[in-house]
Design a protein around this ligand. Structure first.
Ligand SMILES: NC(=O)C1=CN([C@@H]2O[C@H](COP(=O)(O)OP(=O)(O)OC[C@H]3O[C@@H](n4cnc5c(N)ncnc54)[C@H](O)[C@@H]3O)[C@@H](O)[C@H]2O)[C@@H](O)CC1
Ligand SMILES: Nc1ncnc2c1ncn2[C@@H]1O[C@H](COP(=O)(O)OP(=O)(O)O)[C@@H](O)[C@H]1O
Ligand SMILES: [Mg+2]
Length: 280
């Protein structure tokens, strides 16, 4: 099995210059669901990344305790109470891409919300399943909905989802489990690997300066923002993974740790570079 490194050429094929005759409706509707009373920061970081990645319209469905903090950080986000079941279903139905899980919690409340998302999501929509949502799928053996599924587990979450202990997570074992689960699997670690349809890609970048809470929440938001606006879903995932760690690598030249929110602020500059014609 050959492992394909993600290349900058792949990113240039995905991140196209924006057309003059376009508007926010052109760049997709992103809905993010998560952030219970304990983990508000996770959904705020995911939302921040989604907006800096260029999603046309972003709505965050979260615990009401997080609304003021989110609005203070990101007034660009619309916000809905995650206890409002009717509104949650309406916003999931209307989304281009949905991110569910950052800071959602794996209790009964999280489970009820995840089940509502699974009930209404449909085939043409991208559904990114991250963090607590991965745990809930694994613990409750939930039936997966028909949608363009993207899972973003770290190695411990992958162990729970696939049943493969971390020490036995070889390429062959991972690909076999990925084929069974379906969709795109982003296995996050040093040199993150992405499995899709029997193919395996590897991220050449990444640094231990990224080993801080919220880094994966930020990646989930980026994948949401990229898939909301770029039709090539696999290409959008590869581009998000690559840019996420490329920014961190660049910042880590002069910094011992890189914060997730610092990455988000850099995203538009990097996207711009990949959208321009290559000069050399
Ligand atoms: N500020 C916040 O609100 C934050 C909320 N978070 C949320 O907290 C919930 C629980 O997620 P966690 O991931 O913390 O908890 P988990 O219990 O799922 O996993 C974390 C543990 O897994 C182990 N592990 C093994 N291999 C790993 C790897 N390659 N990468 C990362 N961890 C690895 C580590 O020892 C780590 O303590 C999620 O919903 C998440 O989104 C976290 O993102 C942290 C920040
Ligand atoms: N040593 C490392 N090298 C490269 N990337 C790392 C390293 N440690 C963490 N990361 C990256 O940081 C992110 C961590 O994701 P995750 O554990 O889900 O964070 P959280 O849930 O706290 O937001 C992943 O994208 C992972 O690849
Ligand atoms: Mg995570």
């Amino acid at each position: 099995m050959s492992i394909q490194p993600i290349t900058e050429a792949m990113l240039r094929n995905v991140i196209a210059p924006r057309l003059a005759d376009s508007h926010k409706g052109t760049y997709g509707r992103l809905t993010l669901i998560g952030g219970n009373a304990q983990f508000g920061g996770a959904i705020i970081m995911a939302t921040t990344a989604g907006i800096y990645s260029g999603a046309g319209l972003t709505t965050t469905i979260t615990d009401p305790a997080n609304v003021t903090a989110l609005h203070t950080r990101m007034p660009e986000a619309m916000v809905v109470d995650f206890n409002n079941q009717a509104k949650l279903k309406e916003l999931v139905r209307g989304a281009t891409s949905i991110v569910v899980g950052p800071g959602l919690g794996n209790d009964d409340q999280g489970l009820r919300i995840l089940k509502d998302v699974f009930e209404v999501v449909s085939e043409k929509q991208v559904l990114i399943i991250d963090g607590s949502a991965i745990d809930l799928v694994a613990t409750h053996s939930l039936m997966l909905p028909a949608a363009k599924l993207i899972f973003t587990p770290h190695e411990m979450e992958w162990q729970r989802l696939s049943g493969i202990p971390i020490a036995e997570q070889t390429v062959a074992n991972n690909l076999q489990a990925a084929a069974k689960i379906g969709g795109i699997i982003v296995l996050k670690k040093h040199h993150t690997q992405i499995a899709s349809d029997g193919q395996l890609f590897e991220n050449p970048g990444g640094t231990p300066a990224m080993a801080t809470g919220g880094m994966g929440d930020t990646l989930a938001g980026m994948i949401g923002g990229f898939t909301a606006q770029f039709a090539d879903t696999l290409g959008a995932v590869l581009a998000a993974v690559y840019i996420h760690s490329q920014i961190a690598d660049d910042l880590a030249h002069n910094a011992y740790v890189v914060l997730p929110t610092q990455i988000s602020e850099e995203i538009p500059w990097y996207m711009k570079q990949y959208s321009l014609p290559k000069t050399n």
